[in-house]
Design a protein around this ligand. Structure first.
Ligand SMILES: C[S@@+](CC[C@H](N)C(=O)[O-])C[C@H]1O[C@@H](n2cnc3c(N)ncnc32)[C@H](O)[C@@H]1O
Length: 241
């Protein structure tokens, strides 16, 4: 599902790069702190952590993404692993973060428990709201209109679900970002790239259905004639341990 960093960066990276500083602010990450980036992907959040002077490390189960993180950040401690079993001793970090990851974990409760164990109980997570993230919503609406049930994981996409995942003491907030597109062709190329469950759906279509999807997406976006932006709302939750 997650195997090409160029496809991911074009499809979702343009949003997650914008989300990273907002999420790192929400989590209160400062210079010098030891921070674990769980499900680091192609490093959208890692880059922000390094930029603000944190001592970052990364956990990432997809081999291609782990490899790409090692290439991009040669000094980074990158472990090829899921959140559910983190290979660090307790209290190795000041905080553990998971940006756009908990919905994809096999066992998010176990993942969050492990994050808390290695980071003295200080954890922050965030996920896109399925309707208020316009890229995901646009593709999902068209997919549903075309009669295809989708594999996009829908759990942990609301404030209430994240509150439940992190517990009653968690602080929950909405984080809003926008991403830029040069025009519809830029958007279409990013969708065709095939990153994640929605990209896989588009890639699985035959020529005729792909053309229908394209026409429907133009309609869904209001027939944009030039550059445009899409907005994305993520729900974030944090506990301080
Ligand atoms: C939507 S991407 C987010 C990547 C990055 N954090 C970002 O903000 O761009 C989801 C990431 O979660 C990773 N992932 C999937 N299952 C996981 C698990 N059980 N534990 C940790 N990460 C996981 C995927 O490999 C992928 O890199």
């Amino acid at each position: 599902m997650w195997d090409s960093d160029a496809a991911y960066d074009s499809f979702m990276g343009r949003f997650s790069r914008r989300l990273a500083p907002v999420f790192a602010d929400f989590a209160g990450v400062g210079a010098g702190e030891r921070v674990l980036d769980v499900g680091a992907g192609t490093g959208a959040l890692t880059e922000e952590l390094v930029r603000r002077g944190a001592q970052a490390a990364a956990a990432e189960p997809a081999p291609a993404f782990a490899e790409s993180l090692r290439r991009r950040f040669p000094d980074l401690d990158v472990r090829e692993t899921g959140a559910e079993e983190l290979p660090w001793p307790g209290d190795s970090f000041d905080v553990a973060l998971a940006q756009l990851v908990v919905s994809f974990m096999n066992d998010a409760e176990a993942g969050v428990r492990e994050m808390a164990r290695v980071a003295g109980g200080r954890v922050a997570v965030c996920m896109w709201d399925m309707e208020e993230q316009q890229l995901l919503a646009s593709v999902n609406h068209v997919r549903e209109r075309m009669g295809d049930a989708g594999p996009e994981p829908r759990r942990y996409r609301t404030a209430a679900e994240l509150q439940e995942l992190l517990g009653p003491d968690a602080e929950v907030a909405a984080l809003d970002v926008v991403a830029d597109y040069e025009g519809f062709e830029d958007y279409w190329a990013s969708v065709l790239g095939g990153a994640g469950p929605l990209g896989e759906w588009v890639a699985s279509l035959d020529d005729a259905r792909r053309e229908t999807a394209r026409t429907e997406l133009i309609r869904e976006l209001g027939d944009p004639s030039g550059p445009f932006t899409l907005s994305g709302r993520a729900w974030a939750a944090k506990i301080s341990g």
